[in-house]
Every structure is written in C-alpha cells, then in structure tokens.
Design a protein around this ligand. Structure first.
Ligand SMILES: C[S@@+](CC[C@H](N)C(=O)[O-])C[C@H]1O[C@@H](n2cnc3c(N)ncnc32)[C@H](O)[C@@H]1O
Length: 553
C-alpha cells in the first residue's frame, strides 16, 4: 500500500543510500546553469503551494490496484533493460521517458500502467528523486503516481534489504549472517576448509602506508610492497608518493591520489561546466597544508578517510565516462550499479572518532580546491563517523617479512589506531579497509588469520583450524598468545583490556568463556558492547525504515 510513510521510506532511503551515479555531475549543473536553477525554483514554488493543499485534503491512501506480482514482473523487466551510462544519455533517456509517460496518460486510464512504467524509468535515472517525486505527486493522475511509488518502494527495498544476498561476492566463499541473538553480523563459511587453506583473497577499498613510511620511497604508496630499485615518482604529488610500478601509480591516481594530492582535472572533460575555477596554486597550497598536518600529527585515519571520500567521488565520476576502462582501476567490481561505496560503508559498525574543526577545514579545503562544492559533504558529523568507522575496521598490513623498524608509538597502540593485527602492530607497514573482512568477529581462539603472502595489500584469509560449512569465521584482533611472563589469567585480562579499550566490547569468545575463573572478573573498562551501527541501517534491516532520522544513535 502506498502511504505517506512509504513515500518517506523511499525518500529517506534513497537519500541516504546515495543517489550515486550522476550526483556529482548534476550537482554542478544545478549550481552553474542559471536556466536549470530558475526552472527548479519555479517548480518548487508550485509544489510548495500544492503540498499544503494536498495535506489538508488528506489524499486517499488506497493501493494502486495493480497486483504485487504484476509490479514485480514489471520491475524485473525494467532492471533487465539496464540504464544509460553517460550524463548526456541519461538526460535524453529521462526526457524521452517523461514524454512517453505524458503521451500514455493523455490516452486515458487504460494506459495508466505503461505511463507509470515510463515515469518510473525516468525516476530511476534522475539524480534528485525526492524532488521528482514531489513533482509527480502534484502533476500525475493519482493512480499513476501510486503505481510509480509502489514500484519505487519495491526497488529500494530490494536493494537495501537484499544487500547481503549480493555481498560478499559469491566467489569469496563466505556470507554475512546475523548472529544467533540477532544483535550483530558475523562472517560464515559457505563450504568446508582444511587447515592452511586460503578461504578468500581480498583487496582493500583504501589503504595507506604508516606515517613514518610516507614519502620515503622505500614502499609503494599504493600496494605497500617494498620497492626494489628506482620508484616511480610523479612530479607534482603533494604527499611525495612513490610507486613500485606504473600500474600502481595509475590505479592510485585514478582512485584517490589525483583528487587529494595531484593537479590533474577531476571531472571528465565536458562534465565540469568550467568549474575548475581554482588555480593550481590554490590546490597545491590546500594539499600541502593537509599533508603537513597529517604527517606532523600522525593522523593516518584522517588520511584514509580523505582517500575514502576521494575514491567515492572517483567511482561516481568514472561512471560518467563509459569510455574509461573502469574495471582496470577498481577492485572486486566495487564500481557497480547496485551499491555505492557509501552503501558498503554505512553498514559497518563503529565507535565515533574525534575530529577537530581544523582537521575538517583542512580536508574540506583539499576537496574544494579540486572540485568546488564537494567540500559541502565533509561535515563535522560525517567526518567523525567516517574516522570512527575507519579506525574501527582497518586491518594492519603485515607482509610476510614484516618490518623491525616501526617507531614505538607514544600512545598505547589500541588508542592510536586499532589495526586488528594478530601479530601486534609492531611489524605492519600500513593498514587497509577490507569490506568483507571487516565483518569478522574477534576470537581469542580464532579459526582464521589474515596473511599478506604477496607482500602487498592483498589479504589472503587462511584457515588456522579446519572449518566446516556454516561455521563462523573469526580472527584475532590482538595478540592472543600467552607471553612467557604471564599467567593464563593475566594473559586473558591483557587481551580483554586491549579489546575493550580499542573496540569497546567485552569479549564473549569461547576461550574467554572457558577460561573464566570464579570471582576473577575485573573491571576492564567497558560493560557490554558500545559499538554502533547506523540507525537507518538497523531500521531498514528490521523492516522499519519509515523514520526520517538517519543519523547514528
Ligand atoms: C569490526 S566489527 C565486526 C562485525 C560486527 N560483528 C557487525 O555486526 O558488523 C566488531 C564488532 O563485532 C562484535 N564482536 C566482535 N568480536 C566479538 C567478541 N569476541 N565478543 C563480543 N563481540 C564481538 C562487537 O560488536 C564489535 O563491536
């Protein structure tokens, strides 16, 4: 049934899950095309006037009368048709579908269903669906509007609720499932694995060298491998990046380096409407200030969040240019139509991070100097959540050889960064955010371990015990060995404190439970589990997405 709440459902979910593909382009167009802005303003005024009227009239809330089966079949067919890929094609497609819809409507009620399908097709490619829905509500016959809304809700619900049917990709041999008490997510094996077998390989969404290795030229700034011979060094890189190969250089540049630390234009030719108004000097200055801050304060997580935002923008702008060989620059089909990076990220658990005003300004200035207007998305709230989510989920990259020269951190490792490495952080060269591995729970008696056998950021998850299909897969977030100077009780207490300080949860693993001694429990600084999941995600997953509140709890 189409009701106001389902309209809100669609609106809030569509907004928070990222309008994606054309957002950057259209946003620019809107800001810069006076005619477009005038038209939008006029339409908005019309809508505001009618909205008050409609509210008082309390529109009928009956369903469209079309059966869910019929709607489902129509939706499946429309999905199969695919969507235009370039902005120009999208605009053409949008106009054509709206024109068709109008023609069908003019032919009378018998043609309302095909009319609604055309308007729905147009809605799917429009970058601001909420605005369009408001226009539809005021201009389309009620019956047509209801069909469009029912289809839109079905589309969004499938996408949001069906997320874990599509992710992780099936070739990774694992699924994300709810835990037995439904309070969290766990990673489960889709088949049996023998001891020592590789369960899956995963590339990071973003990764970075430890701060002390940045700019040194000893390790690749993209794959983090130790560089043999002369590194590839771009002339104008503000972070002094060095690469082990041209492939790494190109990938890094395409994914985040150019936007953050390079000077090439960010949008594809023709899509920027002359927006690259800031000079290269402005861009360099903003970049240098950000780099100086990150390096002097050791803010690796802020750097990674910058990369994350840059990569999100790069993914969306790459979609604007179908001629680009997208797959070459991306990992695991991350640039795909159904889910954006934002969709992936917002499902990860986190503890809010601390970000100062200066930090936000420095990062926003880098973004603004490359792509004016984009700095608007770097809000205090978003940054605190992103930094929290990043530091909560990254995994330390420890190549087989590791390193012995890592500076001893002044802060406790778990305060400075939580890099989830079973070897401790002392040997790592950097860290990466791995979207699938992020779901692995900690166990003090884990059955799997992340390894970096190719000496790059590619994570290979290896079974450290035989694993049966359906078993939960776990890793150690901290060093779970018993040190020579420790009793079992002391070792248990050490790892539990480290977990509580770093990840704010009380370990409930089988080993901790079995090693509990009577009267021994002590205050480890946390009562239960203080990690959060984005409120909108929780609501959507519990089938109650109607609220407009989209912030974390
Ligand atoms: C990095 S996330 C792992 C994925 C997470 N379980 C989820 O629901 O998305 C870490 C969170 O998992 C849970 N967790 C992981 N290992 C745990 C353990 N040994 N005992 C209790 N909770 C654990 C805690 O809620 C913690 O906040």
């Amino acid at each position: 049934m189409v009701s106001r709440s389902s309209l809100v459902t669609f609106a809030s979910v569509a907004v928070v899950t990222g309008i994606a593909a054309y957002a950057v382009y259209f946003d620019y167009k809107r800001r810069n095309n006076a005619e477009f802005r005038r038209k939008l303003k006029k339409e908005k005024k019309k809508v505001d006037k009618h909205a008050a009227q409609a509210a008082s009239e309390k529109q009928a809330q009956a369903p469209s009368g079309v059966s869910p089966e019929e709607l489902r079949a129509a939706l499946d067919k429309i999905r199969e048709e695919g969507q235009p890929t370039s902005p120009a094609e999208s605009e053409k497609y949008f106009m054509a579908q709206v024109g068709l819809g109008e023609q069908f409507v003019a032919q009378g009620e018998a043609f309302y269903m095909p009319a609604a399908l055309s308007f729905f097709r147009a809605l799917r490619v429009y970058p601001s669906p909420v605005e369009l829905i408001m226009l539809y509500q005021q201009t389309l016959p009620e019956q047509v509007f209801k069909i469009v809304m029912e289809m839109a809700n079905m589309d969004v619900e499938d996408r949001v609720q069906g997320y874990y049917n599509h992710f992780p990709p099936s070739d990774m041999n694992v699924s994300v499932k709810p835990s037995a008490d439904d309070s969290k997510k766990i990673l489960v094996a889709n088949k049996d694995f023998e001891l020592g077998e590789v369960i899956y390989k995963e590339l990071p969404l973003v990764a970075d060298l430890d701060i002390d290795l940045q700019g040194k030229g000893t390790h690749c700034s993209y794959c983090l491998r130790q560089i043999e011979g002369e590194p590839t060094r771009p002339d104008t890189d503000s972070l002094d990046a060095a690469y082990c190969s041209r492939t790494c250089y190109i990938r890094s540049k395409m994914q985040s380096e150019n936007l953050l630390f390079g000077l090439d234009p960010v949008l594809p030719e023709g899509a920027d409407n002359g927006l690259g108004a800031l000079t290269q000097e402005d861009r360099k200055k903003a970049q240098t200030e950000f780099v100086d801050y990150v390096k002097s304060k050791g803010k690796l997580m802020l750097l990674l969040v910058g990369r994350l935002i840059a990569r999100t923008i790069a993914c969306e702008t790459l979609k604007l240019n179908p001629a680009e060989p997208v797959a070459d620059y991306t990992n695991h089909g991350l640039v795909e139509k159904t889910y954006s990076i934002f969709d992936h990220m917002q499902r990860l658990r986190f503890v809010e991070g601390k970000v100062t005003q200066d930090e936000r300004k420095l990062l926003a200035a880098v973004m603004a100097s490359a792509l004016p207007g984009v700095s608007d998305i770097v809000t205090d709230e978003r940054l605190a959540t992103d930094v929290g989510r990043m530091s909560y989920n990254v995994i330390g990259v420890c190549p087989a050889s590791g390193r012995e020269d890592r500076p001893v951190p002044e802060e406790r490792p778990e305060d400075q960064m939580r890099t989830r490495t079973p070897y401790g952080t002392s040997k790592q060269v950097g860290c990466g955010l791995y979207l699938v591995s992020a779901y692995m729970a900690h166990s003090c008696a884990p059955n799997a371990k992340p390894t970096f056998q190719s000496d790059t950021t590619e994570l290979q998850l290896v079974a450290t015990q035989p694993i049966k299909k359906g078993d939960e897969i776990t890793m150690a977030y901290v060093d779970v060995s018993q040190h020579p100077d420790e009793t079992p009780v002391e070792a248990r207490r050490r790892r539990r404190i480290e977990l509580a300080r770093g990840w704010r949860f009380k370990c409930e693993c089988t080993r901790c439970v079995s090693e509990t001694t009577e009267g021994e429990e002590h205050d480890i600084g946390v009562k239960g589990d203080e990690a959060k999941v984005e409120a909108v995600v929780r609501r959507v997953e519990s089938g109650n997405a109607g609220s407009a509140d989209t912030g974390p709890d």
